[in-house]
Design a protein around this ligand. Structure first.
Ligand code: NAP
Ligand code: F7E
Length: 324
């Protein structure tokens, strides 16, 4: 019998890349989506898989919808990717962020515990949980959490709940502590996509500048397509565990900007960037850099797309999209 996977967050960035990978591996994929008057299938269409998913309506904040679907499908694996994932909005929408990113995970874990305990569970944990922790110049599985946003705090709760269900009930639950990963499917609010879309617009004469916040922040940026392979590997491991996933190399927002402009032949990028305090955060995470030795040694994962390739891929995709 084919393996079945339930992917929450199926319409976001990671959901479509993961669904494509699972379909290629022979899985039947169910995708949880909220109720929309007009669903946005753009990312699934981009990867050509919109007709290969079984969509199920539900919401992470509605426990009964989760119970119903876990009970009905009893999936082999659940990948919980759904979240209010934009850190910047999490201060103004702290309650919503907590309900989705923290309590939603508890509801899903409970549904599995009571109605399908053989189901394996993946939680989309994040480097934002480390926040200000940077004693060694990198973060790994032994680094303390010091989240700096309601988003990061809610994710810490979800992380520990995922660990607790493993320790208390013997469920196969795993946390992927993923560092920033990007792609042409990245939401337009996130800094990378905001930059590549802005650069493409400026190049095509459709915009005059890009407004940004803190250019000094440093992130370990990888390609989303590589990171969904890490999620899959964690779920195939003999024993459930928690893993840090990143490239190990970090760059500043300024370096990202510089490279994106350079790729379209613009060297004097400062002429086109406006610093707008509205895009600065009440509490910043200054430096995230992964040490993924455990993931690489135990599960053999490697990132394939380098930083400069990622920037070019995203700029080219935005130029193509806008040219259409
Ligand atoms: P994304 O593009 O923002 O996708 C998140 C998805 O969650 C969206 O499709 C959204 O639905 C769905 N969602 C939000 N609230 C929901 C709710 N109440 N019920 C059901 N679905 C809901 O995020 P992503 O970049 O793919 O990231 C996937 C996961 O990894 C997230 O949990 C994120 O926090 C985590 N993560 C991401 C990164 C990264 O760098 N990308 C790094 C570490 C961890 P709509 O389409 O309706 O908005
Ligand atoms: O910000 C700075 C900003 O919004 C990156 C999510 O996927 O990764 C993501 O969270 C950095 C921050 O991503 C602008 O202050 C400057 O330092 O692209 P971002 P994020 O906050 O790192 C983690 C791992 C997740 O888990 C999250 O779900 O860029 N920055 N100027 C800006 N950021 C934005 N958005 N917009 C600006 O204008």
């Amino acid at each position: 019998m084919a393996k079945t996977a339930l992917v929450t967050g199926i319409l976001g960035q990671d959901g479509p890349y993961l669904a494509k990978l699972l379909i290629e591996k022979g899985y039947k994929v169910y995708g949880l989506m909220r109720r929309y008057s007009q669903p946005h299938m753009g990312n699934l269409k981009f990867l050509g898989i919109e007709n290969q998913i079984d969509f199920i309506e539900g919401d992470l904040t509605d426990e009964s919808s989760l119970i119903q679907l876990v009970k009905t499908i009893r999936p082999t694996e659940v990948y919980n990717l759904a979240a209010q994932s934009f850190v910047g909005s999490s201060w103004d929408q702290a309650k919503l962020t907590t309900e989705v990113n923290a309590l939603g995970v508890l509801y899903l874990l409970n549904s599995i515990k009571f109605f399908s305990p053989i189901t394996k569970f993946y939680q989309a944990s994040t480097s934002e949980m480390f926040g200000l922790s940077n004693d060694k110049g990198y973060q790994d599985e032994n680094t303390n959490f010091h989240p700096r946003s309601p988003y990061g705090i809610a994710k810490v709760y979800a992380y520990w709940m995922t660990v607790n269900f493993r320790e208390s009930y013997g469920l196969f639950t795993t946390n992927g502590i993923l560092f920033n990963h990007e792609s042409p499917l990245r939401g337009i609010q996130f800094v990378t996509r905001k930059i590549t879309d802005g650069v493409a617009r400026i190049k095509l004469g459709l915009a005059e500048n890009i407004s940004l916040g803190n250019l000094e922040a440093k992130r370990d940026w990888g390609f989303a397509g590589d990171y969904v392979e890490a999620m899959y590997l964690m779920m195939q491991a003999k024993e459930p565990d928690d893993y840090v996933v990143g490239t190990g190399i970090c760059h500043s927002v300024m370096e990202f900007v510089e490279l994106a402009f350079k790729h379209v032949g613009i060297n004097d990028w400062k002429k086109y960037v406006v610093i707008d305090p509205r895009f600065k955060r009440p509490a910043e995470v200054p430096h995230l850099q992964a040490k993924s030795d455990k993931m690489m040694k135990k599960l053999g994962w490697r990132p394939k797309v380098a930083f400069d390739e990622l920037v070019k891929m995203m700029v080219d995709a935005d130029l193509k999209r806008l040219n259409k």
